[in-house]
Design a protein around this ligand. Structure first.
Ligand code: FE2
Length: 198
């Protein structure tokens, strides 16, 4: 596996073409990490992942626009993750074109996108086409913080897992799962998706 040295902060992967631009200032990364939503989510994370949102402030929208994101939603999905994400193609609540994620903490291990491996370092962003397989390896037990992973509609994306919840809030935070198994149309079960990993 080839190890790339990123000379810039963001890597775009559109098929075979790649380009890079900066994301946030180090001060703004720290500001995000200190947000009460971020701190609270980390405190409830014991294993796996914790999904949550932060307000889509004007500063954040502006900072994300160079990624090609035109955020009109009021919140941005974020995720704390412990452990590796298995190889997968992202799923989301609707059809989408790209996955957007920005690592906001350093982590052991590597993010493998397609056939290329990247270190996981704070303030490194990735944009890649829907359908590109990706995973993480060797991340150990150190929690890592991500803005996203989300699609161009600022909806969370990731590994789709067929757990079932009685309402969206529980589905989003992955608490109180009713169980898993077959999809029963009209059963009143709110959201079939949970989103795991990067
Ligand atoms: Fe993913």
């Amino acid at each position: 596996m080839k190890q790339n040295v990123l000379t810039a902060k963001v890597l775009f992967v559109y098929g075979l073409s790649r380009m890079s631009i900066p994301v946030f200032t180090p001060e703004y990364v720290e500001e995000i990490r200190q947000l009460p939503e971020v701190v609270a989510a980390k405190n409830r994370l014991t294993a796996g992942q914790a999904s949550f949102t932060i307000p889509a402030t004007e500063t954040l929208r502006s900072a994300l626009s160079p990624l090609g994101l035109d955020i009109t939603q009021s919140t941005i999905p974020m995720r704390w993750i412990i452990g590796d994400s298995a190889p997968h193609i992202d799923s989301g609540p609707s059809a989408f074109e790209n996955t957007y994620l920005v690592y906001l903490s350093d982590s052991p291990g590597e993010f493998i996108l397609g056939d290329t491996s990247y270190p996981i370092t704070a303030n490194t962003g990735f944009v890649f086409n829907e359908g590109i397989q990706h995973e993480t390896r060797g991340t150990g037990s150190v929690p890592r913080l991500l803005l996203g992973p989300m699609n161009e509609f600022a909806q969370p994306v990731g590994i789709a897992a067929a757990n079932y919840y009685s309402n969206y809030s529980d589905a989003f935070t992955q608490t109180g799962a009713l169980g898993s198994g077959g999809y029963v149309i009209g059963s009143g079960i709110f959201d079939l998706y949970i989103h795991l990993g990067e």
